[in-house]
Design a protein around this ligand. Structure first.
Ligand SMILES: [Zn+2]
Length: 438
């Protein structure tokens, strides 16, 4: 391997027109930092004049090297990826040519850097790769010896390269929202993904109906009509939206949110009851989790010492004791258990029976929840009949929180969004690769 070849391979330079002399690596202070400096020359015979396009002939001649107008040096300093922990630069002499056809001069170009740019392509690729991990941009900038605004710019440009396909949408969509950045239009931003594989499709700044309607109307009619199911939480504007923009889609309420509706009602009932009966306050406070636990998961055989009861007791006995205190609590508890069971076992009959024949003793909190369930019973039916959930989106939302935290918040929504999409795309593709390998 020749000398030039060794260095090119080491620096991962794709441009074979850059050559290196024998003593081309120096160690110097650049901006008061000990750095590695490599001297190289870019020279080759161009195929045509860069200005008039005339093909190369004897009237296009070498014309010295490109000179910086400010520093009057014949090299341009290009930032490279760090070498063994040191900042690294390439001082590149670029061959200049003069064209006698148009009487103008031009400097040779290289794939290593864009014209008028001093950050090499490998550095940009490194920025992009680092940006796809959960890492703050300040850290990326410091590690790669570039400014914060360079990191920003690279993230923006790489994100803008991928426009949304407005003529296709997945069959099943998941809708959700997350708490957005301060500068965003709405307090909550909207996020949606493909339910079949968890691929994040896009993020919309504002989840309000008018914004979302305009947004989805940009998709073609055929794409919108192809959507068969949309999984949502109980946010009424989504329902209006779906009826308007996805005429053929069925609304599926997310399982988790249905159970949450009834468990909150039960919890409120418990708290009210706890505050009214001070002598049982501790017992209700301490064992709130047991009340929310699915009935069949309660342990009836394992006895443990309870400080509240001052004796050995099992989980089942605690629940029996608490429920015996009040018939209203008992009925509310039973209703909660039935709904939870129906959703878990995907049994429509149990669900219908529960909401059509509720006990008069239900607490008023649970009656409110029941009203909601009755109102949305068609959507709950879809939940029970299909396997779709918003589970994948909850995972993405957790990631978003982490991204926000490591960056100490984001000022620009646009930038926040770009970063989320880049990180998601990366993790998504890694996951796909892993699945293929298995
Ligand atoms: Zn020319």
């Amino acid at each position: 391997m020749s000398h030039t070849n060794c260095i090119s391979t080491l620096l991962d330079l794709k441009d074979k027109n850059i050559t290196f002399s024998k003593n081309c690596i120096q160690e110097t202070q650049i901006k008061n930092v000990r750095s590695k400096l490599i001297l190289g020359t870019l020279s080759f015979q161009p195929t045509h004049c860069y200005h008039c396009g005339h093909s190369f002939d004897s009237n296009i001649i070498k014309h010295g090297f490109k000179t910086s107008r400010i520093k009057l040096v014949k090299t341009s300093r290009i930032k490279l990826v760090k070498i063994s922990g040191f900042d690294a630069y390439l001082d590149l002499k670029k061959q200049r040519y003069k064209c006698r056809h148009c009487d103008r001069t031009f400097t040779l170009e290289t794939s290593l850097v864009n014209p008028n740019c001093f950050i090499s392509t490998p550095v940009k690729q490194a920025i992009f790769l680092e940006a796809s991990h959960k890492k703050s941009e300040t850290d990326i900038a410091r590690e790669l010896n570039v400014s914060h605004s360079t990191v920003n710019r690279v993230i923006h440009s790489s994100y803008e390269e991928q426009p949304l396909p407005f003529n296709s949408l997945p069959k099943v969509l998941c809708f959700d929202e997350f708490k957005s950045v301060k500068s965003a239009e709405g307090a909550m931003s909207f996020i949606f993904c493909d339910a079949s594989n968890g691929k994040l499709i896009d993020i919309v700044e504002d989840r309000r109906l008018s914004t979302l309607r305009t947004y989805f109307m940009r998709f073609s009619k055929a794409a919108r009509e192809g959507v068969t199911h949309v999984v949502i939480d109980m946010y009424a504007p989504y329902m209006t939206l779906i009826k308007e923009v996805f005429p053929k889609a069925k609304i599926v309420l997310d399982k988790f949110h249905i159970v949450q509706l009834v468990s909150r009602a039960l919890n409120k009932t418990r708290i009210r009851f706890m505050n009214q009966n001070k002598e049982f306050y501790n017992k209700f406070k301490h064992y709130w989790r047991l009340l929310l636990k699915a009935q069949e998961d309660l342990n009836a055989t394992h006895y443990f010492y309870s400080n509240c009861f001052k004796k050995m007791i099992s989980q089942q006995e605690i629940i029996d004791f608490l429920l015996a205190l009040d018939p209203e609590l008992k009925e509310t508890y039973d209703f909660y258990q039935t709904v939870q069971q129906a959703i878990k076992l995907r049994n429509l009959e149990i669900f219908h029976h529960a909401i059509q024949h509720p006990s008069d003793l239900l607490s008023h909190e649970m009656k409110t929840a029941l009203k909601t369930l009755t109102h949305y019973q068609d959507y709950v039916k879809n939940t029970i009949e299909t396997p779709y959930t918003n589970g994948v989106l909850e995972g993405i939302n957790n990631n978003i929180k982490v991204i926000k935290r490591i960056a100490f918040g984001y000022r620009s929504f646009y930038h926040f969004k770009a970063r989320i999409l880049i990180i998601h795309k990366y993790t998504f593709e890694q996951k796909k690769k892993r699945n293929q390998a298995v």
